[in-house]
Structure formats: structure tokens, C-alpha cells
Design a binder for this molecule. Structure first.
Ligand SMILES: C[S@@+](CC[C@H](N)C(=O)[O-])C[C@H]1O[C@@H](n2cnc3c(N)ncnc32)[C@H](O)[C@@H]1O
Length: 306
């Protein structure tokens, strides 16, 4: 593992004559894609050994998606703990992360029903619990377990440092469709902000998991949908604020921050996941120009008879 994830540099230009004009042009075009915006830090480091370098009270929002203790292969043994061993490790990193929050800060933690009760009880001894969000992964019905009900959700704990925590509902409101709007057009509802801007998302979030064919999917086994993480960032980090992701994976939180103009610091021990994160953030910050639409002009057929 490298100490810090170094920015990949394009190979040095040898001169257009030698490299060929076409190749040089290609490189020049590709160069901006490598640019990670200032304010986004992608660290190929272990959060537990490196957390001390992050100043206390400097973070607005923590989005934590740690190994779940279910034996996933992240190219390392980080998800091989279980039972009390896993819970002790979870308490250890939470004790390192929580002091990084500002008094108005908050934390989301992804976990599973197997460990959510213990993790939430522990977090309630340190922070204020705001919500439990159920992420319904929209798993299609396909047989499933036979000795209990099939589990199709992840648990997300949402906690804050104090009752003065930052929360902005407007950017995450869900617009009403035209039919509902019309149905609520009675005088009583006229001018209602919620009717115009949309409603508050409920605490069950139905968002499809990223199956292999999904357009967003990269090479990470437990990549989270951008839609979920972006909602957290928009609601719980002020514009220009700073987000910490102690277990960055493929960089979904970093992408949300690049898109929504928040600062970001993330840790990941697997170097190839860091590379994926870098590529995703670069693309989010420098999206390729849209493909020009094909002209619908009818080209005259020279063979046609007059
Ligand atoms: C559940 S995944 C995160 C997925 C991420 N949210 C995404 O959308 O791609 C957890 C990640 O934590 C990394 N990890 C495990 N232990 C770590 C540690 N001590 N410090 C930093 N990263 C760690 C793993 O390699 C794995 O990629």
C-alpha cells in the first residue's frame, strides 16, 4: 500500500514529430480528465492509523460505509471480522471519527440488520439519533431463503452531534407529479411551499442496487448508488462544507461531493479502488462534452431521377 495515493501523470511528451500529432492531440484532450478538483482528497491510507492527522471539529458530515462483517472480499481481510471482534473494531473507528465532527455535524452509517442494533445502541451513547433509514435495494423476487424471510434492505443510521445539526430539506424534496398536484389544488393548499417544491423523502429509500449491468457500476463489490449518497450530502452538508468518508471504496461519496461542490476527504486501503475513485471523480468534475445529435437534414440522393 502506498502512503498517499499519487496522482497518475500522463507520460511525458516526446515532441509532436516523434509521438505523432494525432497522439499528442489525444493526450491533450485526455489531460483534463485526470484532474481531481481542489478540495477533494482521495487517500490510499488506513483510516484507523491515519485519523489522528485529521483535525478535530473540521468535518460537517461523515458518510461511513464500512465493511459489514459479512466476509466480503475487498482484496484485503478487512471484512473477515465477525461477532464481538467486528463490534469492537466498529467502536474503535467510530471513536476516532466522531471527534472530527463540528457541533453542527452529522453522521450516516450503512450497516445490516445483523449488527445494526448493537451499533445504534453504541452510537446513541455518543450522538443524537435522528433516523433509521431503510434502504430497500429493490431486489427482484427469485426464490430466496426458505427458513426465514428474504432480506432485501440495508440499515442506515443517521446521527447528529447536537440538536443544532445542519439539515436542508429543500434540495432533496421530491416533486409531486402533475396528477397529485392537481388533486391538491383546493384553496386550502394554495401557495403551500411543500406543494410547489415537493415532499420530504420518507425513511424508506427504494433505490435499485447496482447490479452488474447498471450504467453506474464499476469494479467494486459493494458500490453504493450515487442517488442515495448525494441525498445525504445535499441534506446534511452545507454548500462548500467538508465531508469525511473513512471507507471510500470506489469513491461514491467523493463523486457526490465533486458534483455538489463540497470538500471531501476519503480513506481507502485498496489501491485499485482509489484509482477507480480518482477516475470517477475526474469524470464527474470534467464531464465529456455531449455527443452532438445527428442532423435530421435529408441528404439529396444524387441518383434520384428528377
Ligand atoms: C463497503 S465498502 C465502501 C463502498 C463505497 N461506499 C462505494 O460506494 O464504493 C468498504 C471499503 O472500505 C475499505 N476499507 C476497509 N478497511 C479500511 C480501513 N481501515 N481504512 C480505509 N479503508 C478501509 C475496503 O477496502 C472497502 O473498499
Amino acid at each position: 500500500m502506498r502512503d498517499e495515493f499519487e496522482e497518475p501523470q500522463p507520460p511525458a511528451l516526446k515532441g509532436d514529430a516523434e509521438a505523432g500529432v494525432a497522439e499528442a492531440l489525444q493526450r491533450a484532450e485526455a489531460a483534463p480528465l485526470l484532474a481531481v478538483p481542489a478540495g477533494i482528497q482521495l487517500l490510499n491510507r488506513d483510516f484507523l492509523t491515519d485519523a489522528a492527522n485529521l483535525p478535530d471539529g473540521s468535518i460537517d458530515l461523515i458518510v461511513a460505509d464500512p465493511p459489514y462483517g459479512l466476509g466480503k472480499d475487498y482484496g484485503n481481510d478487512s471484512d473477515m471480522r465477525s461477532g464481538e471482534d467486528f463490534l469492537a473494531w466498529t467502536r474503535a473507528w467510530l471513536d476516532l471519527a466522531i471527534p472530527k465532527l463540528k457541533p453542527s455535524g452529522s453522521l450516516y452509517i450503512f450497516c445490516t440488520w445483523q449488527y445494526a442494533p448493537e451499533i445504534f445502541v453504541f452510537l446513541k451513547s455518543r450522538l443524537m439519533m435522528i433516523n433509521e433509514i431503510i434502504w430497500d435495494r429493490r431486489v427482484p423476487s427469485m426464490g430466496g431463503t426458505t427458513r426465514r424471510f428474504t432480506s432485501v434492505h440495508d440499515n442506515i443510521g443517521y446521527f447528529a452531534v447536537s440538536k443544532d445539526y445542519y439539515f436542508d430539506l429543500d434540495p432533496v424534496r421530491i416533486p409531486y407529479d402533475a396528477v397529485t398536484k392537481k388533486a391538491r389544488s383546493r384553496k386550502l393548499f394554495e401557495g403551500s411551499k411543500w406543494l410547489e417544491l415537493g415532499y420530504n423523502p420518507k425513511d424508506v429509500w427504494s433505490v435499485s442496487r447496482l447490479h452488474r449491468q447498471h450504467a453506474e457500476r464499476v469494479d467494486h463489490p459493494t458500490q453504493k448508488p450515487l442517488e442515495i449518497v448525494e441525498r445525504m450530502v445535499l441534506a446534511s452538508c452545507p454548500p462548500g462544507g467538508r465531508v469525511l468518508d473513512p471507507f471510500m471504496g470506489s469513491g461514491t461519496t467523493a463523486v457526490a461531493c465533486a458534483r455538489q461542490k463540497r470538500e471531501f476527504v476519503g480513506y481507502e486501503i485498496n489501491e485499485s479502488y482509489c484509482a477507480i475513485a480518482r477516475e470517477r471523480v475526474s469524470l464527474a468534475a470534467n464531464p465529456p462534452p455531449p455527443v452532438p445529435r445527428r442532423s435530421k437534414a435529408i441528404i439529396a440522393d444524387p441518383t434520384a431521377q428528377a
